[in-house]
Design a protein. Structure first.
Length: 111
């Protein structure tokens, strides 16, 4: 008998469409972990409409213009001396190391 653990996490995804629109999408991702004969296996699926996860583990999203574009998960570092401000809220890159810990990163582009 196999046991499965299912949990949902919210991941901030950032990207820019070819039309020039910048996006921050807080996507809900369901992960299922189960034991297999060759070790643990994790399957993921995106619950947020308009966001896709391919077999290679890469995310994409659909812009309001209808085009699909790549998005990357936010990577968070933390340096207390780096104050959070407009530079963080307007960011399109997928790395944040200011005091907000990613909470505000790219928020000016939230969908």
């Amino acid at each position: 008998m196999s046991t499965e653990t299912i949990y949902v996490t919210t991941t901030a995804l950032l990207g820019k469409c070819q039309c020039g629109t910048k996006h921050r999408i807080d996507a809900d991702i369901e992960k299922t972990e189960r034991a297999a004969w060759n070790g643990p296996v994790t399957d993921s699926r995106v619950l947020t409409p308009g966001v896709h996860l391919d077999r290679g583990g890469r995310f994409s999203a659909t812009c309001t213009c209808g085009q699909e574009f790549g998005v990357k998960p936010l990577q968070v570092g933390f340096r207390q001396q780096d104050k959070c401000g407009g530079r963080c809220r307007s960011a399109i890159g997928a790395a944040c190391d200011c005091e907000c810990g990613g909470k505000n990163h790219g928020s000016n582009h939230a969908c």
